[in-house]
Design a protein around this ligand. Structure first.
Ligand code: ATP
Length: 283
């Protein structure tokens, strides 16, 4: 059964056509990159898949594991119960700053931020052990008792991933999770996402600006431009030459300057000097 199915999804904001007849299908256990220049519609598509917005048009439809979460511009009955299957990590605002990391992770058990905020008393020992194990799994066991506001950007992303593990969602969607991270932190976050995809079979969809990360970590890439999907296939096909064909001048936003048009740079060093994150070093 398909994990994420989107068909004929369109969305307009005023005069901006943010999504135009978008269709895609992602199978369980896939790890898929969603790339595109700024404003191409990545976040809007993610919000629709997550059930945070509804599309337009009689034929528009989003299904999660075969169950419609929205159709013809309306949230479907039972959509709320499907939300637990999908965790979304945003670039910022993933954690409640003044709560401990532990509490933030345990919030995954509730699926929402509790009104009572700030107490661990409602969780039992097994749940706390699960949260600790999740934090160890993402490589930050030492921050368990710290306030979320004290974490670095990369640690915040990893704590958000730990919360997803505790929530036991079958689909993890991350919207630009590495956009504001230094290259080493970005790689750690990507390594954690790869690990939970491979080891736990969690379906992972990640939006990115930088195609180098898509090539390195994702077997499949979906590329958007002006609200449309312009490519959906193996990331190895996204050579710099092909990206230039797809995006024209906008490809500069996606490709490291001077990066080689290698089919799979994971096997080759990338000598590109800097992108907006800084120097991207090879692993
Ligand atoms: N709530 C909104 N109101 C008006 N316009 C919006 C709204 N949300 C998105 N848009 C517009 O829709 C288009 C797609 O935006 P979206 O945020 O999906 O792009 P994106 O690919 O995620 O960009 P970025 O990489 O910069 O985050 C943009 O032109 C944006 O300005």
């Amino acid at each position: 059964m398909t994990a994420i199915s989107v068909s004929h999804l369109s969305k307009r904001f005023g005069s901006t056509q943010a999504l135009s007849d978008v269709g895609l299908a992602i199978e369980p256990g896939e790890m898929v990159a969603l790339i595109g220049a700024s404003g191409s519609g990545k976040s809007t598509l993610i919000r629709h898949i997550a059930g945070l917005e509804t599309g337009e048009g009689a034929a528009s439809r989003v299904e999660i594991f075969g169950v419609a979460t929205q159709a013809a511009g309306r949230l479907a009955k039972g959509a709320a119960s499907r939300r637990g299957d999908v965790s979304v990590i945003f670039q910022q605002f993933n954690l409640v700053a003044r709560l401990s990391v532990m509490t933030n992770v345990l919030i995954g058990k509730l699926g929402r931020i509790p009104l009572w905020r700030g107490t661990l008393a409602l969780f039992n020992a097994a749940e706390k052990a699960e949260a600790r194990a999740a934090l160890a799994r993402v490589g930050i066991p030492q921050v368990t008792a710290q306030r979320a506001s004290t974490l670095s950007g990369g640690q915040q992303q990893r704590a958000a991933i730990a919360r997803t593990l505790v929530q036991r969602s079958r689909i993890l969607i991350a919207d630009e999770p590495i956009a504001s991270l230094d290259p080493a932190s970005a790689r750690r976050v990507m390594d954690v996402l790869s690990d939970i995809n491979r080891a736990d079979g969690i379906t992972v969809l990640v939006s990115l600006h930088q195609v180098e990360y898509a090539r390195r970590y994702f077997p499949r890439t979906i590329a958007m431009r002006d609200g449309r999907i312009v490519f959906d296939g193996p990331s190895t096909a996204l050579t710099n030459g092909f990206l230039s064909e797809l995006y024209g001048a906008a490809s500069e936003e996606l490709v490291l300057p001077e990066a080689p048009a290698a089919p799979h740079p994971a096997t080759r060093p990338v000598p590109g000097p800097r992108n907006r994150l800084g120097a991207l070093q090879t692993a």
